[in-house]
Design a protein around this ligand. Structure first.
Ligand code: SF4
Length: 208
C-alpha cells in the first residue's frame, strides 16, 4: 500500500498557481484517467518506477525546500497518494495537489492546497469535471481552466456564473500554441472577470 508509481521527482520553480515563482519539489506520479488533446505531460502516462514512501521521502529531502507538489498524470488515480500527502503534512511540508478534477477529492487532507482543473471542451474531456468536488473546496484552494479558444472561455465563464466557487484564486491559462495570451487578456478586461491570467513561468524560463 505504501508504494506509488512515480514518473519523476525534481526541483524547480513553481510555474503556475498562486505559488508561481516559488522553489518547489515536484513528485510527478505516473498514469492518468484522461487524455486531454493538448496534454504536455504525455510521458507521465507511461509506466513509472514503484517507490516506497521512504524512498520518496529520501528523494525530496535532498532539496532545500519545504514546498512539495503532487502532480501527474493524475495523482488521485493512485489511492496511496492520500496517505503520502498525510505523511508529508506530518513532516511539516506545505503540500500542493494538482488534480484534473475528474476524480473524488473528498479524502484529500484539508491542509493540502488543491489546485483543481475544470476541463474545457477544447481539451476533449469537457464533461469530465466531478461537480461533487465543489463541496470539497476550501478557501485556500484554487481552480484552473486551460483554454484553447473562445468557446472554452465562454464555458469557463458560464461555469463560474453558475457555481460561484469560493476559492483563493481562479486561473485562466491559455494553451500557448492555440490561444495568444494577449487575446485572452482582452477578453478578461472586457468582462472584468475576477480571475487571473496564468502563464506557465517554467516554460518561459526553460525550466522543467
Ligand atoms: S489530466 Fe493532465 S496529465 Fe492527464 S491527459 Fe489531461 S493534461 Fe495530461
Amino acid at each position: 500500500m505504501n508504494t506509488l508509481e512515480v514518473c519523476e521527482i525534481f526541483y524547480s520553480l513553481q510555474g503556475e498557481s498562486s505559488y508561481q515563482g516559488m522553489p518547489c519539489v515536484f513528485i510527478r506520479l505516473s498514469g492518468c484517467n484522461l487524455r486531454c488533446s493538448w496534454c504536455d505531460t504525455k510521458y507521465s502516462h507511461a509506466p513509472g518506477e514503484w517507490l516506497s514512501f521512504d524512498e520518496i521521502m529520501h528523494a525530496i529531502s535532498l532539496y532545500p525546500c519545504k514546498l512539495v507538489e503532487l502532480t501527474g498524470g493524475e495523482p488521485i488515480w493512485q489511492e496511496a497518494s492520500i496517505p503520502l500527502m498525510e505523511k508529508l503534512l506530518e513532516l511539516g511540508y506545505t503540500v500542493l495537489l494538482e488534480t484534473n478534477g475528474s476524480l473524488d477529492i473528498s479524502e484529500v487532507p484539508d491542509q493540502v492546497i488543491k489546485i483543481v482543473d475544470v476541463k474545457c471542451p477544447g481539451s476533449g474531456c469537457g464533461d469530465s469535471f466531478m461537480k461533487y468536488n465543489l463541496r470539497s473546496l476550501k478557501a485556500h484552494d484554487e481552480l484552473k481552466f486551460v483554454l484553447t479558444n473562445y468557446p472554452d472561455y465562454e464555458f469557463a465563464k458560464a461555469f463560474l456564473e453558475i457555481h460561484k466557487p469560493q476559492v483563493n484564486a481562479i486561473h485562466f491559462s491559455p494553451v500557448s500554441t492555440l490561444l495568444a495570451p494577449e487575446t485572452l487578456a482582452e477578453w478578461l478586461l472586457e468582462d472584468g472577470l475576477p480571475v487571473k491570467l496564468s502563464l506557465q513561468l517554467h516554460k518561459m524560463l526553460n525550466l522543467r
